[in-house]
Write a protein that binds this ligand. Sequence first.
Ligand SMILES: [Zn+2]
Ligand SMILES: [Zn+2]
Length: 134
Amino acid sequence: MNIVQCTFCKKPFASLGGRACPACLEQIDRDFITVRDYIYEHKHSNIDIIAKETEVSKQIIMHLLKEGRLIIDSPDGDGLLVCEMCKKPINTGRLCKDCMGKVASSMDKNVTANKKPEPKPEEPNIKGSAKIGT
Ligand SMILES: [Zn+2]
Ligand SMILES: [Zn+2]
């Protein structure tokens, strides 16, 4: 168990791997329901309005969006979230659909690559290293 600083209230706590303390996790769960219900009723809201109307901090809303628990229903996600690979605006999560596909296929490649025997380390270049001065 590690003592880490809670991302939300900045208090140290004993973490089992998460970045939020138990008190904040509970708060986030309550806020999640509030925000989810709000978005359900007000489909084309933006984060400023949601934060104001629900009294949930933007930081928590962003956290929920990045976790993929919330989806803001607008074509470009209001530019709040961008794909971590190609920087395209997305509605939820960390990667756009294209990049998720790329990551998935590159993981497939890695799996097959790992099955092959490892390439031998390259021979040192003797010609080059023997050349001293002119
Ligand atoms: Zn906390
Ligand atoms: Zn992308």
